[in-house]
Every structure is written in C-alpha cells, then in structure tokens.
Design a protein around this ligand. Sequence first.
Ligand code: 9MR
Length: 375
Amino acid sequence: MRKWPSFVVALLVSSITFAQNKSASPQASLKDAYKDCFMVGAALNPAQFTGEDQAEDAIIESQFNTISPENVLKWAIIHPSPDAYNFSPADKYVEFGEQNHMFIIGHNLVWHSQVPKWVFEDDKGNPVSRDVLLGRMRDHIMNVVGRYKGRIKGWDVVNEALNDDGTLRQSQWLKIIGDDYIEKAFRFAHEVDPEAQLYYNDYSLENEAKRRGALELVKKLKAKGVAITGVGLQDHVSLEWPTTDQIDATITEFGKLGVKVMITELDVDVLPSASHTADVSYKAASDPKLNPYPNGLPDAVQQALARRYADLFGTYAKHCGLVTRVTFWGVTDKNSWKNNWPIPGRTNYPLLFDRNAKPKPAFDAVIQLAPKHGS
Ligand code: 9MR
C-alpha cells in the first residue's frame, strides 16, 4: 500500500471544522483530486444525459470521469416484453459518456428487482424450467452486453444476490435455475465481451455475516475460473454506520482474494430512522418527526456530514489502486432516491452538491483530503 504523508496528516486532523465559507477553489474537481487513486463518478438519470438539466451537466462534466445509469439499463426498462428492447435511453446514456470521455458502467444484468414477471413464467403463468430461464438470461445478456460491447467497460453482472445473513437470496433466479445462476451470468457476459470488467455488486457487505457470504461467493467463482474482476460495495451509508474500520476491513478482505473493489452507490443518509439496508422493497410510514430538516440542514449536521465524507474518502484512499472507483448514487440532493426511500417525500441531504447544484462543505472536505499528487 502506498504511503501518503500529507494525507495521513490530513486524517489526523479530520475532526477540523469544514466551515461553509472556507471553500475549495471553484476549479477544484473530484476526478483530478483523486486521479492518482481511483476514478470518481455518479449515477445519472435521463434529464442529465439528454442535456435537459444543464446545472447538473456542468457538475458531471467538471467533476466525474465515470458514470453509472441509475435505471435505464435495468431489465424492466430495457427489455420490458419478450421481443421488445427499449434501447433508446441507454443509447443516449452511452453516447453522453463517450462524448465526455468517461469510463461507462452498465448496471445491471441479473437482479431480483425490476425484472418483469414474464421472464420467469410461461404463457400460462407457470414457472418456466431451468433451461428456459437460462436461455432467457443468456439472450438478454447477449443482446444488451453485445450492443454496447467495447463501449460499456464494466458491468454489474449480478446485483444483490445475498441475504443479510450471507446466504443466497431466494430469488426467482435461484429458485428456478439453482445456485449456479451467478456463475452462468458471468460466463455469458464474458463470452459476449471478454474485455469488459465484470462485477458482483451488493449493499451492507461491511456487516460481518453478509461479508462472509460474499467472500465465499467470490472464492467459489474464482476457483471455477469465472472471470470476476471486482466487487462493488454500494455504500448507502448513514452518519454512523458502518464504521470506517468495518469498511477498511471489508476492502482489505476482498483485496486478498485478488479482486478489485469499487464503491458503487455512495450516499450518506442524515435523516433519523434510516434502515441499514438498501433493499428497495423496504418501506416505512410517513411521520413529520422523521423529516426534521424540510427547510435546510442545520450547520451542526452539515459539519457532521462533511466529517463523515472526509472519513469515508480517507478510508477509500488508504487503498489506492485496490479501490479503483468511487461512484455517488446521484449528482445533487434534489434528485436523490434518498428523498423517497424508505419514506416517500422527505428532504434528505446525502450527496456533495445541494439542491441548487452548489458544492456543500462535504465537497470541500473531500477535496481537501485528497492525496497530493506526487507525494
Ligand atoms: O435509485 C434507483 C431508484 O431510482 C429506483 O426506483 C430503484 C428501483 O429500481 O433503484 C434505485 O437504485 C438501486 C440500485 O439499482 C441498486 N442498489 C440500491 C439502489 C437504491 O435503491
């Protein structure tokens, strides 16, 4: 592991105050600040990659060198019925990334969520056989990965296959195909684009039991010669969970298996009662007490968010080279999924740019913590 003396010093003083008026240079950019360490990116929605949202586009173009699609490559959107592919939004996403010379990520190929029912059923509504489902999975991967071959450079091949206790989630994929569905998905993706990086992506991998399950999964895949490049830690985190020690240990342990680690969906929830999960099916009831900052974030919380982001980037930067990418799940607080999950209609503040597309103290904290080039 490389040593960064200036960064170590910065870590020691990570409890300093990131005052609102002590801004980083207006030219400061995340992608340049961390260029010796890892790529920095964001998940995009159509308003951004079609040019409708110019304020956000200015941020994306100046700050990021990699992009992920928040939704347009999910099965339900790109392949809504057996013979119909809806490639147009994904085509625009990929074109936007190419125009801006970005490392383009595909998210995702095989997931339990956002998959239409027809995928798992025959025309009478009965479950299909293992062979039929494997055939559908293969066709989907051939068509989607094949269309963007050489352009989308890294794929979340399998997303969220594990339960919190580290066992395999009882998804339709598992029930119908069996536990080799994960291996098959990677093999199909590798067959169609042997140059593409292929990832397993999940949330809460910092928790011991789930992490053990993921480590076992990666070990098994590697033992079978499956081309897995990396593991995505989603990192939908809160101000307290997980600890930086948990994150540090998780990155180290995956690194020991010879896979790269990416932080793929980073955001920090500052609201109360957020669950330590990113399971899209989890929902909680609306309650004004659980939406305490509808008109702005109090300074103390703003400072806590800045410190948390500094601690997170300090931990990621300890693993320069092993961690190859850090991607935020969104660009500004305005459009973050965290405003509507797990409770709809709250005002959350999870990202580095505020609702007016202005950098927050957390942005300055992350820039100030970056390893100095050449040190
Ligand atoms: O941010 C995404 C949101 O807009 C979608 O409604 C939701 C369901 O498709 O998915 C969200 O993104 C999820 C990602 O694809 C996988 N990890 C958890 C993310 C947040 O739920």
